[in-house]
Design a protein around this ligand. Structure first.
Ligand SMILES: Cc1ncc(COP(=O)(O)O)c(C=O)c1O
Length: 362
């Protein structure tokens, strides 16, 4: 079967070029006579893969030298616990500020509450998370150990257009669903984390980028494996890392670099999202669910006027090889996740399909 356009929220499409390279190298990586899956993580061949992955990510995100780049396991959900375990005791009051912009923020908040005092400084729950609350410096407790945001809200399709000014409080960001999709100034953050399975690579590897001065404040109960410092001291090789996902991530980073890096990718993402939003804004049948100012470049939820039409659209789209367009149950309708690896052509064809659906159903 031909490859389809996969609009899944994650795991999602990977660049074909990376998959082809992986396929070609599957049985014999670089004349080692083994696949990357079968290699010791202490071997010279794997060590080179890990080092390349790190240096490519540093280059792509322009990560300053005083930040450690960690490749961990456990997904972004494990970071919900690792963040407070490692950071909340920076200040003896053990306080942290969180902004609640959706399901994933909520999960981060409830996990952090186990380890200290959490203040939700703002929430957009009153309008089912269709916007990002306005934030100002005075809303953040200057004695908080850190302030946490979710830069892109995968389920509700919102994103921060500007970062909050948290004063001297380190900003921590869950960037799982928009890392590498647009430029960020890493120096504005104390910590960035992201599960890989949207813009980085396969599920199984989790990236954490942490400013060095934030290392070493673990709560005494922190399990060894959940401390950032031990992973930083061991270059993410304290134990066996997620070798194969890390290798695929390296191939994805190479693809992104060749394409022109994050700035070039951002332009393409703006073009892709722009096509879909333009169509939604001009459609009499389809409607976007997010306040225009806060629209995500990655996850675009939309609805039709009835459940019958939503169902018919998803069914017909699937038959036409536009798969995984069903929206999350908390929003309903449809959601098109158009991460970095979704080709421009995929969005173009989806919009043409939506136009055709509209003309047949109006
Ligand atoms: C913004 C965000 N945070 C966290 C998660 C959870 O990630 P994981 O499944 O890697 O734990 C997701 C998953 O989709 C997400 O989109």
């Amino acid at each position: 079967m031909a490859r389809v356009f996969n609009f899944s929220a994650g795991p999602s499409m990977l660049p074909e070029e990376a998959l082809k390279t992986a396929a070609a190298e599957m049985l014999d990586y670089g004349n080692t006579g083994t696949s990357v899956m079968e290699m010791s993580h202490r071997s010279a061949a794997f060590d080179a893969i890990a080092k390349d992955a790190e240096s490519l990510l540093r280059e792509l995100m322009e990560i300053p030298a005083n930040y450690k780049v960690l490749f961990l396991q456990g997904g972004a959900s494990t970071q919900f616990a690792m963040v407070p375990l490692n950071l909340i005791a920076r200040n003896p009051a053990k306080k942290a500020d969180y902004v609640n912009t959706g399901t994933w923020s909520k999960k981060a908040i409830s996990e952090a509450k186990k380890y200290g005092t959490v203040k939700v400084v703002a929430t957009s729950e009153d309008k089912n998370f269709t916007y990002i609350p306005t934030l100002s410096k005075d809303m953040f407790d200057q004695e908080a150990s850190y302030a946490h945001i979710t830069t892109n809200n995968t389920i509700f399709g919102t994103r921060y257009r500007e970062l909050p000014d948290t004063g001297s409080v380190p900003l921590v960001a869950d960037m799982s669903s928009n890392i590498l999709s647009e430029r960020y100034d890493v120096s504005k953050f104390g910590l960035i984390y992201a599960g890989a399975q949207k813009n980085i690579g396969p599920a199984g590897v989790t990236v954490a980028i942490i400013r060095e001065d934030l290392l070493g404040h673990e709560l005494p109960i922190t399990p060894t494996m959940l401390g950032y410092k031990i992973h930083a001291e061991n270059a993410s090789m304290y134990n066996t890392p997620p070798c194969y996902p890390l290798y695929i991530s390296k191939l994805v980073f190479e693809w992104l670099k060749k394409l022109g890096g994050v700035a070039a990718m951002q332009k393409i993402n703006e073009e892709k999202a722009g096509m879909l939003y333009d169509f939604l804004d001009n459609s009499k049948l389809f409607k976007g669910t997010v306040e225009p100012k806060y629209r995500s470049l990655m996850n675009i939820p939309f609805v039709l006027p009835s459940e019958e039409l939503n169902g018919a659209f998803i069914k017909q789209a699937t038959a036409a090889n536009f798969i995984n367009l069903k929206g999350h149950r908390s929003v309903g309708g449809m959601r098109a996740s158009i991460y970095n690896a979704m080709p421009v052509d995929g969005v173009k064809k989806l919009v043409a399909f939506m136009k055709d659906f509209e003309s047949k159903n109006s």
